[in-house]
Design a protein around this ligand. Structure first.
Ligand SMILES: O=C(O)/C=C/C(=O)CC(=O)CC(=O)O
Ligand SMILES: [Ca+2]
Ligand SMILES: [Mg+2]
Length: 421
């Protein structure tokens, strides 16, 4: 049985509504329940928190709360833990605790800016090999990133309608406007900004953590035919713009302290510039988050990928530092994807289980026997569902908490005849 991801060690932030309470409100997941924290506030549970502002728990998003200083958010979390652990609250009090099965989930924050990184060495190397180019020089000096479409963000469960765009069916053929024939997923983590950075100021990697509110799963649905026809030289646009799915519960950055970890198994080379260099030992420079993607096709589950956030070449803390380093500022609710979390790991048969999109599996020795034979040719078919999950484990491999799920089903492209006339 899958363990419950929402243990006392997690307490993630979400926005829910129910049939009885259709106005979206702020909730925290605990065991099988969503806790209405706005109501808890009226019971005095969060009284006497330094630098707290009342009203931040009465909104349809977590932005105002996320903007509070990190010590205030930590004190809030401690008060909530004390309430749940010491006062043995009545979980059948439905004014506070609603079964998660009765909740409709919404995007947890209002987002002004969405960007997506390209920071897995394995992914960059495989994409470069497919196109026969070396990884660019810049990739080794900075975490490469493009600005995506904020409007693509959608909460887990939102179906993806197969995107349409302009591309040739075969190399050299006449490009036409048509439904994507190579739809892919990308397994990523979403990073959500809390405490803002004003325009003109910049971060150092050593204090970047204070500006992160928390993490979710993120699926950067990718239309590969559209992408590789449109991408040079300005970057991806429609290929990534139709949908970016995120899991509904933001795992607090404070919860991740338990799984602070060393990044990758090698040192970054050439040496990174001072503002991106983690001071001292790297043992708390990233987080140990096991990530996984599953394909459900015709009722059968296939493991697509297993990887870990700590295997990225550039860490989320280096990414957030780079994101604001030109002095453009960061706002509460801004979100970025870490980039596809591909890794070089093998499964017990030596197959590349760490590849976190299907596109990379066209390379020699990159297929897995356990996946459908034609997957690397067809990529995702209509009706396929991609389910992502993430888990944080303790020293003995026991699960401490999880991220929940990020799901999406592929729906057929719309009828295009009228548009193509
Ligand atoms: O340059 C390529 O061949 C591929 C780039 C991407 O797919 C962009 C992207 O989303 C990067 C990532 O997720 O790591
Ligand atoms: Ca991506
Ligand atoms: Mg309320």
């Amino acid at each position: 049985m899958t363990p419950n991801p929402f243990t006392i060690h997690n307490l993630p932030y979400g926005i829910v509504s129910t049939e009885d309470n259709p106005r979206p409100y702020q909730a925290i997941a605990y065991k099988e329940f969503a806790i209405d924290v706005g109501t808890l506030e009226t019971h005095g549970v969060f009284d006497d928190i330094p630098d707290y502002r009342s009203g931040v728990l009465n909104k349809p998003s977590w932005n105002a709360f996320a903007s509070l200083p990190s010590h205030t958010r930590l004190a809030f979390r401690q008060k909530l833990k004390t309430y749940l652990e010491s006062t043995a609250p009545n979980l059948s009090d439905h004014t506070i605790f609603t079964p998660l099965t009765q909740c409709t989930m919404h995007l947890p924050m209002h987002t002004s800016n969405y960007s997506d990184f390209y920071c897995s060495y394995e992914h960059a190397k495989n994409c470069s090999d497919i196109f026969g180019f070396p990884i660019s020089q810049g990739w080794y000096h900075l975490p490469q990133v493009y600005n995506g479409r904020t409007s693509s963000l959608a909460v887990s469960g939102t179906p993806i309608t197969r995107p349409c765009g302009i591309f040739p069916l075969e190399p050299g053929a006449q490009p036409t406007f048509q439904a994507e024939t190579k739809l892919d997923f990308e397994l990523e983590i979403g990073v959500w900004i809390g405490n803002p950075v004003p325009r003109g100021q910049r971060l150092n990697v050593a204090n970047a953590k204070e500006h992160i509110f928390g993490l979710t799963l993120l699926n950067d649905w990718s239309a590969r035919q559209i992408q590789f026809f449109e991408m040079q030289p300005l970057g991806p646009f429609h290929s990534k713009g139709s949908l970016t799915s995120v899991s509904p519960w933001i795992v607090p950055v404070e919860a991740l302290e338990e799984v602070a970890a060393c990044p990758r198994s090698y040192e970054q080379y050439p040496p990174v510039l001072p503002h991106l260099s983690w001071p001292g030992a790297e043992d708390r420079a990233t987080w140990d988050v096991h990530v996984e993607a599953t394909l459900i096709r015709d009722g059968i589950s296939y493991t697509l990928s297993q990887s870990n956030l700590n295997e990225l070449h550039w860490t989320p803390l280096q990414q957030v530092t780079h994101l604001g380093s030109a002095g453009e500022g960061l706002s509460a609710g801004d979100c970025f994807g870490t980039g596809t979390i591909s890794s070089s790991r093998g499964n017990e048969k030596g197959e590349k289980i760490g590849l976190s999109c299907i596109w990379e599996r066209q390379l020699e020795n990159a297929r897995m026997q356990s996946l459908p034979d034609d997957l690397h040719e067809t990529l995702l078919k209509d009706g396929d569902e991609v389910v992502m999950s993430a888990w944080c484990k303790g020293q003995n491999g026991e699960i401490v908490f999880g991220f929940g799920e990020c799901r999406g089903v592929v729906m057929p492209a719309p009828e295009l005849k009228e548009y193509q006339k």
